[in-house]
Design a protein around this ligand. Structure first.
Ligand code: IPM
Ligand code: MG
Length: 359
């Protein structure tokens, strides 16, 4: 098959990790007889520097005309003082919105060889840690009205409106239930229904959807309790479905308990097969350009692209198995390095080479 992929390298470590992911994609294509055609587009800080805006229209057009989009990471200190709508992050939210990618899938799985990098005690992780966060991606406080006003006395007041409509909740819940059917058939819906109206509607709608999936075990959980349960007993979770901001926060927590933020890929999906695939970590400007970054989350994001957008599950398995093999052989980037015996610290490029040669 021939697939057109729009590639956004982004800022900080973005270009380094994307280069390794493309290396692995090329090798996979070669092995399985596919060709992947890349079109490089700008988004984030680099787009601001070149065009004055974080998300040029050309980028949106090319992404829309592609079969899928691969993204590194955006943002950095250099652009931190720009107004909210001109920051690199606005580009990221803009592309999610423009491509109508309402469902963000973030799997967090503790890989056996990384058990020693996990900050939780073995008696907690011995029960397993393999969950997926299904995060609503284009609603809630991220996309509600943002406002800062100066009051008559000179003081300031700011607000961000957390808005959800029933159809937005319904479609994301469906994604979660469908996903659960392919896994361990368990969904937790995460909300703050004891305080927020948007969460009370979330609860009402999620229950309605749950009634259509009697084969899937279903429970509500308050977000604060969920944050606590993730470190107390993560094995109880299979699929977590939640609104945008809660999902952002919980997915960082979930990634850390798998050993490193550098390990977790994500897929952002809408109604069509066009998806946006990116690691959940940021652009890590402190280590940019040093060939130290962990490319695994981006490589695993490329695997998710093959699985979800191109329906190439054997190819996706090949990438995921190669990652596990390389880790089993003791190779680590510095973020997942520990003083256990037999480990060898490698650079970003070496990690990409190792994974690609396993394909
Ligand atoms: C993420 C990131 C983004 C988000 C930022 C960079 C805007 O933290 O993808 O989790 O908050 O969605
Ligand atoms: Mg985040």
């Amino acid at each position: 098959m021939n697939k057109k992929i729009a590639v956004i390298k982004g800022d900080g470590i973005g270009p380094e990790i994307v280069t390794e992911a493309l290396k692995v994609l090329d090798k996979t294509g070669e092995k399985f007889g596919h060709s992947f055609e890349y079109t490089y587009v700008l988004m984030g800080g680099c787009a601001i520097d070149e065009t004055g805006v974080p998300l040029p229209q050309e980028t949106i057009d090319i992404c829309l005309a592609s079969d899928s989009v691969l993204l590194g990471a955006v943002g950095g200190k250099k652009w931190d003082n720009l107004p909210g709508n001109l920051r690199p992050e606005a580009g990221l939210l803009g592309i999610r919105g423009a491509l109508k990618l309402f469902a963000n899938i973030r799997p967090a799985k503790l890989l056996k060889p990384l058990a020693s990098a996990c900050p939780l005690k073995p008696e907690i992780t011995n029960n397993g840690l393999d969950l997926v966060i299904v995060r609503e991606l284009i609603g809630g406080a991220y996309f509600g009205e943002h406002k800062t006003v100066t009051n008559p006395d000179g003081s300031k007041t700011a607000s961000d409106n957390m808005v959800y409509s029933d159809y937005e909740i319904e479609r994301i819940c469906r994604v979660a239930f469908e996903m659960a059917r392919k896994r361990r058939s368990k969904v937790h819906s995460v909300d703050k229904a004891n305080v927020l109206d948007s969460s009370r509607l979330w609860r009402e709608i999620s229950h309605k959807v749950a009634s259509e999936y009697p084969d899937v075990e279903f429970d509500d959980i308050l977000v604060d309790n969920c944050a606590m349960q993730l470190v107390r007993n993560p094995a109880q979770f299979d699929v977590l479905v939640t609104e945008n901001l809660f999902g952002d926060i919980l997915s960082d927590e979930a990634s850390m308990i798998t050993g490193s933020l550098g390990m977790i890929p994500s897929a952002s999906l809408g109604e069509t097969s066009l998806g946006l695939y990116e690691p959940i970590h940021g652009s890590a400007p402190d280590i940019a350009g040093q060939n130290k970054a962990n490319p695994i989350a981006t490589i695993l994001s490329a695997a998710m692209m093959l699985r979800y957008s191109f329906d190439m599950s054997a190819e996706a398995d090949a990438i995921e198995n190669s990652v596990t093999k390389v880790l089993e052989s003791g190779f680590r980037t510095s973020d997942i390095m520990s003083d256990s015996e037999g480990l060898k610290c490698v650079s970003c490029t070496e990690m990409g080479d190792l994974i690609s040669s396993e394909i």
